[in-house]
Design a protein around this ligand. Structure first.
Ligand SMILES: Cc1cc2nc3c(=O)[nH]c(=O)nc-3n(C[C@H](O)[C@H](O)[C@H](O)COP(=O)(O)O)c2cc1C
Length: 478
């Protein structure tokens, strides 16, 4: 398969484009993939590579000591990479995701897929998977890029989400799920019916599936339909071998099992997106009866903790969901950002088109009500790129009056992952950094005339060796 320079091909209809390895090959061709050929240790060494290169190239570990499979990480560690993986641009990505939520495409089952080229019964997970030990205070190796598929046996609706899996002995793993996540809700509902919840963990996925898995949708919504819309075609699935679930046919590895919330494992400390460790206590144990995989499966790793791939996959999905919620509330939103600086979870920046007085406060309340994790909300005008921290800081410096434009809401119930919660509560802060007519007679910016800027830009570009992509644009440089 080949890609042209202006390709949007990764999301095209070709079924091969539903794989992660297609993107890995694309990175290889464009010089964005570092191969580590020398053997690496799963104990901290792979983690150290991914941490050192957390904003750099993707990394493929060709030889992992004691393991047959190669591993790959840092694939989607920047906004342009995520956008490219989705076959779009950074500027168009948020609307693409919103459209995908609104107009899902149901998956289609195919008879066979590469993720079932090999079938291994009762897999010894620590032997089969080159899962790293990441950080010194964690107590085991983790699968961090596992997308978990489940279905409610009564409603029939599916759910797709991320949760870390700590490898235990033999074919057991602990699934680290926040109690409010839908997977946990489904597992509790199954127990009330006297059932164990069937789960399938797909590892090595196309970014459409990763972003869909990170969306906060309603319990009744199946994220796989959003993934299909992001792909522009139904996700091709295959029936699992031992359980009644379907998984993406083109992923790399699948674990088939059951989750029993009556069997708990004390996890010990675990890293969180904010960069510290959390003591979440115990988590439910899954037994995996079967592992299927490609013959030459690539084990995907998302460096956990405060590293950009972990924060941004979540941040991109959450931001799109928030923008959609604001539009539904008739807020004139240009774009929402939930960037790496705010851990991809805690801080949101909303840029608004022309709006009326009080709209910024409405935005704050809407965001706090929409996603529990969101703590600090900054509202800016549409000449500010909300993903650009310097531009946002400029807006706060030049347009916000702290005595008037700051809203602090103490004592709001928050998520268990909030790093500085007190008794489950956190203060929330909103900053209105939009222009107010009352503050100045005019807001004109002192910049050279547009025609002269354009003329000089063309001359500089003609000079050939100068990168003028961002020069002179600054704010409002869309
Ligand atoms: C890379 C990544 C890793 C994640 N790991 C976990 C995790 O270990 N446990 C968890 O509860 N949520 C985790 N999340 C968040 C959930 O996957 C996310 O909130 C998801 O939308 C929850 O699904 P639900 O809407 O079906 O409840 C992670 C998100 C990302 C992007």
């Amino acid at each position: 398969m080949s890609f042209s320079a202006n390709t949007s091909g990764l999301a095209a209809q070709d079924s091969r484009c539903q794989s992660m390895r297609n993107f890995v090959n694309e990175l290889q061709r464009s010089g964005q993939l570092l191969h580590v050929a020398a053997p690496v240790d799963t104990r901290y060494e792979m983690s150290a590579y991914l941490a050192q290169l957390s904003s750099g190239p993707a990394v493929q570990f060709d030889a992992v000591e004691g393991h047959a499979l190669a591993a790959v990480g840092n694939l989607f560690n920047s906004l342009p990479r995520i956008a490219h993986g989705l076959g779009t641009t950074q500027a168009a990505m948020q609307q693409r995701i919103i459209d995908a939520i609104d107009k899902g495409i149901a998956p289609i089952r195919v008879t066979d897929g590469p993720c079932q080229q090999m079938v291994i019964g009762s897999p010894d997970l620590k032997k089969e998977l080159p899962a790293p030990l990441f950080f010194p205070k964690e107590t085991g190796a983790y699968i961090t890029a596992g997308v978990i598929f489940a279905r409610d046996s009564v409603t029939g609706r599916g759910n797709v989400s991320f949760a870390r899996i700590k490898l235990l002995q033999d074919n057991f793993g602990m699934v680290g799920i926040a109690p409010n996540h839908h997977l946990a809700v489904m597992a509790r509902a199954a127990r009330e019916r006297g059932e164990k919840l069937q789960i399938a963990v797909a590892i090595g996925n196309h970014p459409a599936i990763l972003i869909a898995a990170a969306l906060y949708l309603r319990l009744s919504d199946d994220e796989l339909e959003a993934a299909g819309a992001l792909l522009g075609a139904p996700v091709q699935t295959v029936a699992c071998r031992t359980i009644d679930l379907d998984v993406p046919a083109h992923c790399e590895i699948v674990l088939e099992g059951t989750l029993d919330i009556d069997v708990q494992h004390e996890e010990g400390l675990v890293s969180e997106y904010h960069g510290m460790y959390e003591p979440y206590g115990s988590g439910p144990v899954a037994e995996f009866h079967c592992l299927t995989r490609r013959d030459d499966a690539l084990f995907q790793i998302i460096q956990p903790g405060y590293y950009p791939e972990h924060t941004l996959i979540g941040g991109v999905a959450i931001a799109a969901g928030l923008a959609r919620a604001l539009r539904a509330a008739a807020v004139p939103v240009r774009e929402v950002a939930v960037g790496h600086g705010g851990c991809g979870r805690l801080n949101a920046v909303v840029s608004l088109h022309a709006h009326r007085a009080g709209e910024a406060k409405k935005v704050m309340f809407a965001l706090w009500g929409s996603v529990n994790l969101i703590k600090n909300v900054t509202v800016v005008d549409d000449d500010v790129d909300p993903w650009d921290a310097t531009q946002v800081e400029w807006a706060v410096a030049t347009r916000m009056r702290p005595d008037r434009d700051l809203l602090i809401a103490p004592g709001a119930r928050t998520d268990r992952s909030e790093p500085i919660k007190q008794n489950g509560l956190a203060s929330k802060m909103g900053m209105d950094a939009t222009r107010k007519d009352a503050d100045r007679p005019d807001w004109d910016r002192a910049v050279p005339p547009p025609d002269m800027m354009e003329k000089v830009r063309a001359k500089l570009a003609g000079a050939g060796d100068l990168d003028v992509a961002d020069n002179g644009r600054g704010l409002d440089g869309r």
